[in-house]
Design a protein around this ligand. Structure first.
Ligand code: ADP
Length: 279
């Protein structure tokens, strides 16, 4: 099974003609509230693909568990702090400015990860405390699970954590902050999979670099493409696919996730992903 460790947020998207500079007030045209957070998005991505998926997360009082449809939420704990909140200012040209209030996510503790039994894949991202992600990596290694880390948002990562990572999945921006793939591999990462948006992705191993083209789609909103990619990668590895196969399926999932507005609205099913990957 797949165990996702990461943040759950409520995204308040404010549609505004332009983003207000400091000190100025602007009247918005409207707002939309959607479920978000990389942990929640990635867990729902796995579940939409039909994979067994549990989520390790913290939420506040009144959280809508319906937003995690199909996900095992027995490791989602209620925290005294409110559910994480992302304020997304979205202007008429599609440019955005985002402020995240971590809330309950900041209190996700190493003990929340729980036991790992059988075989599986841990998929973690970095909107939650690093010590909790490091504990997830240690437990994955001890239990023989595969550890996939989506280093987003990124910052300097300790070598002790990188050494636990089987597959590191940064986008280009995150890679620029993390350092060259060769250095990451030398610091103990098994494989680096760099997502390149509409250019697909590139897989760096110690002895090779492989390019995977993107599937041409008419992208409506690329928010959450990376989460769909990571969720599909974890799902495919858990199903026993080799890494190249898993990356092909993940590219298809990322492309399909751009079809509608919002991170979760167009997450694909297994049938959609396998059909596109085979095309
Ligand atoms: P993030 O959302 O984390 O920035 P990317 O934008 O790199 O991640 O997208 C993740 C993956 O989704 C890409 O590697 C690619 O396979 C797919 N993808 C994203 N945008 C597009 C697009 N416009 N057309 C086709 N595939 C896309």
């Amino acid at each position: 099974s797949v165990l996702v460790v990461g943040a759950v947020n409520v995204d308040l998207v404010v549609h505004t003609p332009r983003i207000a500079p400091p000190g100025e007030t602007i009247i918005a045209t409207g707002s939309t509230t959607v479920a978000g957070g990389k942990g929640g998005n990635q867990a729902v991505a796995v579940s939409r693909l039909g994979g067994a998926c549990a989520l390790v997360a913290r939420v506040g009082a009144g959280f809508d568990y319906g937003s995690l449809d199909g996900v095992d939420v027995t490791r989602v704990r209620q925290d005294p702090a409110p559910t994480g909140l992302a304020i997304v200012m979205l202007d008429a040209r599609g440019e955005n400015a985002i402020t995240v209030v971590p809330g309950a996510n900041a209190n996700l503790a190493p003990d929340d990860v729980g036991e790992l039994t059988g075989a599986g894949v841990v998929l973690a991202s970095l909107e939650v405390p690093l010590e909790t992600v490091a504990e997830a990596g240690r437990r994955a290694a001890a239990a023989g699970w595969t550890f996939v880390l989506n280093p987003a948002p990124t910052g300097p990562l300790p070598s002790s954590l990188l050494a636990q990572v089987d597959v590191l999945v940064p986008n280009e921006h995150e890679l620029a902050l993390l350092g060259p793939p060769e250095t990451l591999l030398a610091r103990g990462v098994g494989t680096v999979v760099v997502t390149l948006g509409s250019a697909g992705c590139r897989v760096h191993r110690p002895d090779s670099v492989t390019e995977f083209p993107a599937h041409p789609v008419r992208a409506v909103d690329t928010t959450g493409a990376g989460d769909a990619f990571c969720g599909a990668l974890a799902w495919a590895l858990d199903a026993g696919r080799d890494l190249d196969d898993a990356v092909r399926l993940a590219c298809a999932a990322g492309a399909l996730a751009t079809r509608a507005v919002g991170a979760r609205a167009s997450l694909p099913t297994a049938a959609e992903v396998t059909a596109l990957a085979a095309s």
